[in-house]
Ligand binder design. Structure first.
Ligand code: 5GP
Ligand code: ZN
Length: 114
């Protein structure tokens, strides 16, 4: 079994509330939601941080944003607005080192983030 938690969800070895999957992207609900809608969208391929992306990953990053737009519509947060967050690296507070995009919605968010 992979020692990466999110690879485990991709491979079905770790339980995850998966809301979307295709050949390159998986999306599942965050186990500790910070908003009424809190979904994590990840590349199937293990990439640790933004800094680890390669030129050949360009398509999957584009696909992730299309999936975010689709999920936002499906979850009813597209019109009011939503936030997309990537914590990349230690200072950003990244805790799981498999690149993931947080889709947060269903409440008002303040700026700047803490
Ligand atoms: P980070 O702080 O790395 O940007 O975000 C990691 C996110 O993964 C957190 O929001 C945390 O709640 C979520 N998380 C941690 N462990 C699990 C898990 O086992 N399952 C799911 N679905 N989410 C998790
Ligand atoms: Zn991984």
């Amino acid at each position: 079994m992979s020692d990466c938690l999110f690879c485990g969800i991709v491979e079905g070895q770790v339980k995850g509330d998966v809301v979307y999957r295709d050949e390159s992207v998986v999306a599942f609900r965050d186990i500790r939601p910070r908003a009424p809608v809190h979904i994590l969208i990840i590349p199937r391929k293990h990439v640790a941080t933004i800094q680890d992306l390669e030129a050949k990953d360009q398509a999957v990053v584009g696909q992730i944003f299309l999936v975010i737009a689709k999920l936002a519509r499906e979850q009813g947060i597209a019109e009011r607005g939503f936030r997309v967050v990537v914590n990349s690296g230690a200072d950003a507070g990244q805790t799981v080192f498999h690149l993931h995009f947080h889709l947060l919605g269903g409440r008002h968010f303040t700026w700047p983030p803490g």
